[in-house]
Design a protein around this ligand. Sequence first.
Ligand SMILES: *[C@@H]1O[C@H](CO)[C@@H](O)[C@H](O)[C@H]1NC(C)=O
Ligand SMILES: *[C@@H]1O[C@H](CO)[C@@H](O)[C@H](O)[C@H]1NC(C)=O
Ligand SMILES: *[C@@H]1O[C@H](CO)[C@@H](O)[C@H](O)[C@H]1NC(C)=O
Ligand SMILES: *[C@@H]1O[C@H](CO)[C@@H](O)[C@H](O)[C@H]1NC(C)=O
Length: 498
Amino acid sequence: MLSYSRFLALSTLAVSVARCSLVAPANKGLPSTVADPSNFNGTTTDSDGIASIALQVDQRTGPTTEQPNLPAAKTTLTVIDGSLLSNATNPVPRRNLATRAFAPESPRRDTSDYEMVFRGTGTGPHDRDASIIGTAYLTYTVVDNSTYDSGLQECLKFCDNTPGCVFVNLFYEKNNYLLDHVFPEHSNLKCAAYSDVHTAKEKLNFGGQSLSGVPSGPLSYIQQSSGWSSKSLCDPSTPGGYDPLPLLNGANEAPGYMGYVFLSQYDVDKCAEECNKRDPDPVGGSCKYFNIWRALVDGVPTTYTCAMYYIPADPSTAINYGQGSLIVSDSRGYTRKSYVLDGGFEDYTCGNLGDFCFTNVTDRWIASSPAGGIFDASIFHYANYAHSGFSCALLGSAFGSDSLAGTLTYTSPLHTDPGATYDIQFFHSSSYSGTVDEEDAFVEVYWNGKQAGVIRPGFSDWKYYHFTAVGTGSDGLQFRGGAAPSYDFIDDIYVFKT
Ligand SMILES: *[C@@H]1O[C@H](CO)[C@@H](O)[C@H](O)[C@H]1NC(C)=O
Ligand SMILES: *[C@@H]1O[C@H](CO)[C@@H](O)[C@H](O)[C@H]1NC(C)=O
Ligand SMILES: *[C@@H]1O[C@H](CO)[C@@H](O)[C@H](O)[C@H]1NC(C)=O
Ligand SMILES: *[C@@H]1O[C@H](CO)[C@@H](O)[C@H](O)[C@H]1NC(C)=O
């Protein structure tokens, strides 16, 4: 690190060399424009907006007259940033037929992995029941109806073999010509699979459809509709490129919020995919964290929120437990893993030297000059120079003593997966010396010694850039640029696997 006395000596020298109008960065000059981009106040989660849309979206569905054994439904987006894309098409008119008292029968056998959530009516001539219309419907099958128990065993196996299934609804549908005569299984015992658990409250399909195949034939009706949930609801597996937080008590209310989507299912991988492809925020950059949670409205699963952030949040802000009839449940957070540590240079501080200092080496970075150059690359601790926080890197002679390009090198090679693609992201500013003197500003990005990208923005305020590169297993990362008085400031460097 540069000693303070040497720093003073060099700065005196610099003043004589630099153009008189321009105070060099090493002399604590001020950029021609000082933005305040590190103020992320007012970028907090729009919890009220999310809650109000959660009360409007309708993602509930169940088996309709489609054929059985279709592939399980894939997760879809139902809302993007407040715009409703689609409601689930509700298959049947919901009739509030008076349901009869539930018969006290329960199946004699159970597989040990499932437990009954609710039982069904009997199958007498006057028994009427309803099947589930709920979120996260996957697919259905028809099962052996020689006895209810044999059908149940088959149904639970069906759930075992349907990816994502944690719940089944087993019920008879009577007066359905397709089940009775068309589908080859010849069974009226339907088994519907869901990736969320539903309760008897959601028995909303009472039949009442004209499905008998005869114009004025009897309407369809439901009997003995029971619900079974998997006993162990295991944690979802962590999506590639992310680190999980411990289970959160609520949804995050955190700064750096960049919008949300609603998902048709609680699908962590889908949420990661949305975070990876979300357009970068002009101030905060790419998505670096997501929070997925389930909304229960009056106790009923309603939607699955995937909220995205450019600043990784943590459990301290997971304080939104719900509002009114809406309860936040199963909230989880995942942070995107950067292959570069201290890409914001915040590990570098001045200790007792105050709020301004600079160096040409930190634990993670080496800032070097070509022969004859003096501090052509450097790392500054000074909030006025940083994009966020207090520190950043500078390319271009810090003292303004030469116009050679400096090089900023990450000290250790990145442990990449050979063949995988990586996104190198950073913020850059070349506003220090004003429009005329910054015209030669440039930064070249090197990945494993090869140029992965170059920018020649001339004068520019802080802006987000990114370039992609393919991993070889061990990759060096360097930034080269600056030609004082054209200065290039770099901050918030991230490398993500894409
Ligand atoms: C951000 O908000 C906090 C708390 O309201 C306040 O203390 C802080 O000064 C604000 N920061 C800026 C840069 O406005
Ligand atoms: C979705 O359903 C809700 C409630 O049933 C309704 O208010 C809303 O207008 C529907 N939206 C669309 C796009 O159909
Ligand atoms: C099984 O389903 C078929 C087709 O709907 C029906 O004809 C038959 O009566 C059902 N058997 C029983 C035992 O419910
Ligand atoms: C850092 O600066 C010192 C002078 O203060 C110099 O001796 C050293 O070679 C520089 N290191 C690099 C990597 O340029």
